[in-house]
Design a protein around this ligand. Structure first.
Ligand code: FES
Ligand code: FE
Length: 438
C-alpha cells in the first residue's frame, strides 16, 4: 500500500500490534518487501551433488528450482514457465538434462535459458526472441554448504547480509572443514503465522512451562534435576541480535567443549578440538556454544524453514544437518535426536505449535488488537560487549531479540529499496571467510 508506514512495535513499552499475524494486506506486502528482498535459505549443496540434479524449494510463496548445471554451477530459477506460468518441475527432486513445460513444451536448460519452442518458425513466424524469455534467475550464494538466494539485485553480498552473525554461526557450521550434509526435508503445515515460530527462537521463558513434560523426561534420563525457572534463570549466556539475526548462546566453563562433537555438543566425539581452535580460536572452540537462533526472515534453529503459506498458514521444512567429521554412529544420533524433538511427532515442537497458534490468532480479536501483545521482558537491560558482537541482553532470559526482530521487520516493510535498510558495522574480521561463495 503506497504511503503506508508500519509502526507495529512501541520500543518504550514493548507493545506489539497482533494484527501483523492475521492481516492479508500486511501479508501481501511481506512477500514483496521481505521475501522479495532478503537472502533466503533455500537448500544445501549436498542436495544437488551431481550435474543435472535439481531440488524443488521456495522463496516465500515463489516456487523455485535449485539446479546443478553441467559445468557444476548452482542455479536458482523461478519454477514458472515464461509462456503462461505453468510449473516446469512437479517433483521434489531428481536429475534431468532440461526442464520441459507440460502445457505446450517450451524447454529450458539447467541454467534457465529457453532452448526450444515448438513451432518457433511455423507459428511464431521466427519473431520470438528466446534470449529474453529464460526462466527468472535469483542471485545465489553459499555459506558452509547452505544455499541462499535473493531476488534483489541491490541486496548486499550474503557475507555482508550475515555480517557478524557468522561469528556465532561458525561455531556450529564451520567448526570443521570436513563439511556437512542435509537429510530431509521433513514437511508439515500448521495454522500459524510464520513470525511466531521465528521470534520464539529466542524465547527461553516458555521452556520450563510449555516443555515441562518433555524437558523433565529428558533430564530424568540424563540424571539431572528438573528444569525449573530457578534453573533457567541461572543459565550463563545471552540473547544477541546481530545484523538482523537472532542468536542465543551459552557460555560454558573454560575448556569444557574440548573433544565435543560439532553436531551434538553433549556427545563425546572424535576430538576435533585442534582443528576447531585453528578455525575459531581458543575461546569459541572451547568455551562457547551456539544455542537457539534464527536468520532473518524465516530460518529457524539451524536448518529449518518456516515457509509462509498465508497469514495463518506456515509450511515447515526441517532438515537434519550431520557433520562429515562425525562417525556414522554420531550421525545416526543426530537424526534420531532431530526426529525425537522436532516435527509433527517431536516431543518439543508439538508443545510449541499450540502456543504459536494462540499467539497468531490473537490478531483476529478486535478487542485484543486494542490491548496489544507485550514483548517487554528485559526492556532497557541490554548492553554491547568487546568480545560478543551484537546487541546483548543483560540476562539469558529476555525479549531483547523479539523486539529487535520486529524492529527489523519494520525496517524491511517501510523501505523503498535496500538503500533504506541498515546493516550493522562489522567488528569481527574474517580472512577469506571459510565456506563463503557467491
Ligand atoms: Fe509453458 Fe505454455 S505454459 S509452454
Ligand atoms: Fe519451545
Amino acid at each position: 500500500m503506497a504511503g503506508t508506514k508500519y509502526e507495529i512495535l512501541d520500543p518504550e513499552t514493548g507493545w506489539l500490534d497482533p494484527s501483523i499475524y492475521t492481516d492479508q494486506e500486511i501479508y501481501r506486502r511481506e512477500m514483496t518487501h521481505i521475501f522479495g528482498r532478503a537472502w533466503l535459505l533455500i537448500g544445501h549443496d549436498s542436495l544437488i551433488p551431481n550435474p543435472g540434479d535439481f531440488f524443488h524449494t521456495y522463496m516465500g510463496e515463489d516456487p523455485v528450482i535449485l539446479s546443478r548445471g553441467s559445468d557444476g554451477s548452482v542455479n536458482v530459477l523461478l519454477n514458472m514457465c515464461r509462456h503462461r506460468g505453468a510449473r516446469l518441475v512437479r517433483a521434489d527432486d531428481g536429475n534431468c538434462n532440461s526442464f520441459v513445460c507440460s502445457y505446450h513444451a517450451w524447454t529450458y536448460g539447467l541454467d534457465g535459458e529457453l532452448e526450444y519452442v515448438p513451432g518457433e518458425q511455423e507459428v511464431y513466424y521466427g519473431e520470438l526472441d528466446r534470449s529474453k524469455l529464460g526462466l527468472k534467475r535469483a542471485r545465489v550464494a553459499t555459506y558452509a554448504g547452505l544455499v541462499f538466494a535473493t531476488w534483489a539485485e541491490d541486496a548486499p553480498s550474503l557475507e555482508d547480509y550475515l555480517g557478524d552473525a557468522r561469528w556465532y554461526l561458525d561455531m556450529e557450521f564451520n567448526r570443521s572443514g570436513k563439511g556437512t550434509y542435509a537429510v530431509g526435508p521433513h514437511k508439515w503445515i500448521q495454522p500459524i503465522n510464520w513470525k511466531t515460530a521465528v521470534d520464539n527462537c529466542s524465547d527461553w521463558y516458555h521452556v520450563p512451562v510449555s516443555h515441562a513434560s518433555a524437558a523433565n523426561a529428558m533430564f530424568r534420563v540424563l540424571g539431572e534435576p528438573r528444569f525449573t525457572h530457578d534453573r533457567l534463570f541461572q543459565m550463563k549466556g545471552r540473547a544477541a541480535f546481530v545484523n538482523g539475526h537472532q542468536v542465543q548462546y551459552f557460555k560454558m566453563p573454560e575448556d569444557s567443549l574440548a573433544g565435543q562433537s560439532k553436531s551434538i555438543p553433549t556427545a563425546t566425539a572424535e576430538d576435533d578440538t585442534a582443528e576447531a581452535v585453528e578455525r575459531l580460536g581458543e575461546f569459541r572452540a572451547k568455551s562457547v556454544v551456539l544455542g537457539t537462533h534464527s536468520l532473518f526472515p524465516n530460518t529457524v534453529l539451524g536448518f529449518r524453514l518456516a515457509i509462509p503459506r498465508g497469514p495463518l498458514k506456515t509450511e515447515f521444512w526441517h532438515f537434519a544437518l550431520a557433520s562429515n567429521a562425525d562417525t556414522p554412529e554420531q550421525q545416526r544420533e543426530v537424526l534420531r535426536v532431530h526426529t525425537a524433538r522436532n516435527g509433527v511427532t517431536g516431543h518439543f515442537e508439538a508443545d510449541d505449535v499450540d502456543n504459536w497458534r494462540q499467539v497468531s490468532e490473537s490478531g483476529l480479536s478486535g478487542t485484543y488488537r486494542e490491548l496489544g501483545q507485550r514483548v517487554n521482558l528485559g526492556i532497557g537491560h541490554t548492553h554491547t560487549d568487546d568480545v560478543f558482537p551484537g546487541a546483548l541482553s543483560d540476562r539469558f532470559v529476555s525479549e531483547n531479540n523479539h523486539r529487535h526482530f520486529y524492529r527489523r521487520w519494520e525496517e524491511f516493510m517501510n523501505a523503498d529499496s535496500w538503500a533504506d535498510i541498515p546493516l550493522d558495522p562489522q567488528k569481527a574480521t574474517y580472512e577469506g571467510t571459510a565456506g563463503m561463495n557467491e
